[in-house]
Design a protein around this ligand. Structure first.
Ligand code: SF4
Ligand code: SF4
Ligand code: FES
Length: 499
């Protein structure tokens, strides 16, 4: 039996796997069918009745999201009858929808707005006053719900049932008084709350963090990989490049790794890249005072410290937050060229590193542990110690320590605290993107680094899958370097600087 079917969609023969719906086939063929309740990551509900199509021989229009494609079927999405159905469907959804667009965060990426421009009914037939419902309902630490804006598509209810399996949401009451809500005073507390904002096709669910912060048409977006844990979800970071400010993170579809979702912890991995949190220039302790210096001067002083101590008294301290390309350049310079053999891997295990929440998040909160281990395995004669506590380094008596600081907030503060406990090291060079790192004690020089959204390269996730940091925004910190660029500068003859 054939496992594909061929049918006619508008003027084209289309072949799809058996069991696919007309909606899935239309998506594949880039034929637009207006819809609200269908979402590729959720079950079919068929409640918005908006995705009407014409099927030859059928007595009435059918909904494409629940219509299985069959051999020889003839479907049209563009007949006058279909267009009229779309117009009336939209008019029906707008009966009680408030005119909030000027103050709604969803404006600019709202299904109602977009489809009204495409298939809307001009002028509107609505004459009756709208039904008023609760606005700005606090539904959790990250969520606000405006029940007036809701079109009852039930995507959020299905997400709670099918993805998080928390069943926190339901549709209460009937008819034009029906609203989305939780049971009693319950709040949504899981680590996947903002996916509700993403899937809500209108501005009913909004994010407390993003609410009223920025109009979406001012944002540019780039694809990259979340640095929050070893799953390596594919994400988009949204920023205003004219302000060098990051505003939000959204998941990008990657069926093999994160599907359509990401966790809330991952969404918090971006604001440390904004100007106010960044280490903009290199800094050095000079005669007991912290001073801003050009990057070459800080690198020059590191080189001189290594030359004085010798490679046998120099150690590297690495966290798994940098790309494979960066580790290769780092180890190639320090280990292969200079002969450094002592390497400490800071693991940063707050949780059991094998922990898994059953959806996406993993206890190893380093995005590139597998990439770091693979890079370390290529170093000849290395002596690697992996630990959470760094104080044991002192016993090895390094005179110079070059430390690659973890980038994301929940691990970097811990790392800096540990560095402050080290004693007897004459030169600690901390490579970091974070301004707060300059508060850490015991450091000799700080080198400003680029963040994950500002460089290309790749991580290896917990399965060893390659996760490409595809595109980069310009850095908000003027002098920031990737590790590759810093090492290239170190390898150049340094200008002699008198301190
Ligand atoms: S809140 Fe949004 S996702 Fe939930 S039913 Fe209403 S419109 Fe749909
Ligand atoms: S599961 Fe991990 S990689 Fe995915 S979004 Fe959350 S923190 Fe980021
Ligand atoms: S998308 Fe088909 S009924 Fe809602």
């Amino acid at each position: 039996m054939a496992d594909t079917v061929t049918f006619r969609l508008n003027d084209k023969n289309v072949t799809v796997p058996k069991g696919w719906t007309v909606m899935q086939a239309a998506k594949q063929e880039k034929v637009d069918i207006p819809h609200f309740c269908w979402h590729p990551g959720l079950s079919v509900a068929g409640v918005c009745r908006f995705c009407m199509v014409h099927v030859q021989g059928a007595r009435k229009l059918e909904i494409a999201c629940n219509l299985q494609a069959t051999e020889g079927m003839v479907v049209r999405t563009d007949t006058p009858e279909v267009k009229e159905a779309h117009k009336w469907g939209l008019e029906f959804h707008l009966i009680n929808h408030p005119l909030d667009c000027p103050v709604c965060d969803q404006a600019g990426e709202c299904g109602l707005q977009d489809f009204y421009m495409e298939v809307g009914k001009y002028p509107s037939q609505m004459t009756r006053p709208k039904v008023l419902k609760p606005k700005a309902v606090d539904l959790g630490p990250r969520l606000i719900l405006d029940t007036e804006r809701c079109i009852l598509c039930s995507r959020c209810v299905r997400f709670e049932e099918e993805v998080t399996k928390t069943n926190a949401l339901g549709i209460f009451d009937r008819g034009d008084r029906a609203i989305i809500g939780t049971y009693g005073e319950e709040k949504i507390a899981h680590n996947y709350q903002e996916n509700l904002v993403d899937i809500c096709p209108v501005g009913a669910f909004t994010s407390k963090k993003f609410r009223f912060k920025q109009r979406v048409w001012f944002l540019q977006e780039k694809s990259t990989i979340c640095p929050g844990c070893s799953t390596g979800c594919k994400i988009q970071v949204h920023a205003r490049t004219d302000r060098r400010t990051y505003y939000r993170v959204k998941p990008q579809t990657d069926e093999a790794v994160n599907g359509f979702w990401m966790c809330d912890k991952g969404r918090d991995t971006i604001t440390h890249l904004n100007r106010e949190s960044r280490l903009p220039q290199a800094q050095m302790m000079i005669e007991g005072k912290k001073q801003t210096v050009p990057v070459p001067q800080a690198l020059n002083s590191l080189q001189r410290a290594i030359a004085a101590a010798g490679a046998q008294h120099t150690a590297l301290l690495v966290s798994a937050h940098y790309t494979v390309e960066e580790y290769q350049a780092f180890f190639d310079y320090f280990c292969t060229q200079l002969g450094v053999k002592t390497i400490y891997q800071w693991r940063g295990d707050k949780e059991d590193r094998d922990a898994f929440d059953g959806i996406l998040w993993r206890g190893d909160e380093n995005p590139n542990t597998a990439g770091l281990l693979a890079s370390l395995s290529q170093i000849q004669g290395r002596k690697v110690e992996a630990r959470n506590e760094l104080v044991a380094c002192v016993a090895q008596d390094p005179k110079v320590l070059i430390a690659l600081c973890p980038e994301v907030p929940f691990t970097s503060t811990w790392f800096q605290g540990d560095l402050a406990k080290l004693e007897g090291i004459s030169h600690v060079s901390l490579w970091t993107c974070r301004y707060e790192a300059t508060e850490a004690a015991g450091i000799t020089s700080w080198i400003p680094m680029k963040g994950f959204a500002e460089k290309t390269g790749h991580f290896l996730n917990y399965q060893g899958a390659k996760r490409e940091l595809e595109e980069a925004f310009p850095s908000a910190a003027a002098s920031a370097l990737s590790v590759v660029e810093a090492v290239q500068q170190l390898a150049l003859p340094q200008p002699s600087v008198t301190l």
